[in-house]
Design a protein around this ligand. Structure first.
Ligand SMILES: NC(=O)c1ccc[n+]([C@@H]2O[C@H](COP(=O)([O-])OP(=O)(O)OC[C@H]3O[C@@H](n4cnc5c(N)ncnc54)[C@H](OP(=O)(O)O)[C@@H]3O)[C@@H](O)[C@H]2O)c1
Length: 216
């Protein structure tokens, strides 16, 4: 018998709430965790029986897949703090390494050729895998384009560990999108902001599988 891996969504801001709401629509159960426990509890009531609220340390301990929907600048510290409990797990990283610029837009805060995914993966404990996913679209599109008809929208992901591709693809499917793997983490830069496969990069929009394949 195979069991569905338990997913925890950590950080219930714009992206965390969209991921949680999308999972609840397919009845995929998940743990919702935020450093503000009251916020987590009240949001979870909107997501019905799929959502179970836990504090962050328990959520990390009890999950097989940890979606870290927290700012890029907080991820390395988070991984270090929870290193022991993240061992052997899948960490899903939607982060974009950006900050407001002086002109009302955004600028990249790491080297031009660097990706947040590769930087974050450097802090991982033994046997843990970081998958870059769920950050390819802005939060409004992640919420609004889920379960799109007649053709589903795509979420790209980058993963070094081919054995876990199926697990990630199921998670993306359970979120109402079609998954497309673009390669290993050395490709993560393509699906972060300013990348050629990001909504806020050369791609410029939400795409279906047919449109996405033409871009790859
Ligand atoms: N917004 C977008 O359109 C978008 C698109 C793609 C990817 N992303 C990426 O997705 C991630 C989340 O973005 P967001 O827009 O959802 O941000 P957000 O709305 O600001 O939410 C961030 C969440 O992370 C929590 N948090 C911050 N530091 C933390 C820490 N050290 N430990 C635990 N929780 C912490 C915040 O808690 P508090 O409220 O207590 O601060 C909040 O719940 C970011 O990495 C971002 O780059 C965002």
């Amino acid at each position: 018998m195979t069991t569905t891996p338990k997913v925890a969504v950590i950080g219930l801001g714009n992206i965390g709430q969209a991921v949680a709401a999308n999972l609840s629509k397919s009845n995929r159960s998940f743990i919702a965790a935020d450093r503000n426990a009251e916020k987590a509890k009240s949001l979870s009531s909107q997501w019905g029986e799929s959502a179970q609220t836990e504090d962050i340390p328990s959520a990390v301990k009890n999950a097989d897949i940890v979606v870290l929907a927290i700012p890029f600048g907080a991820i390395t510290g988070f991984i270090k703090e929870f290193k022991a409990d993240l061992e052997g797990k899948i960490i899903v990283d939607p982060s974009n390494p950006i900050a407001p610029d002086e002109k009302g837009g955004f600028k990249k805060i790491i080297g031009e050729k660097e990706s947040a995914g590769e930087i974050n993966a450097d802090s991982l404990p033994k046997n843990a895998h970081l998958v870059k996913a769920f950050g390819t679209l802005g939060a409004a599109s992640l919420a609004g384009a889920a379960y799109q008809t007649p053709e589903k929208a795509v979420l790209f992901y980058a993963n070094d560990d081919e054995e876990t591709n199926g697990t990630i693809e199921q998670l993306i499917t359970d979120s109402g999108f079609d998954p497309i793997r673009i390669g290993g983490l050395d490709q993560a830069i393509r699906i972060e902001v300013f990348g050629d496969l990001h909504e806020y990069g050369a791609l410029g929009k939400v795409v279906t599988k047919t449109e996405a394949i033409a871009k790859l």
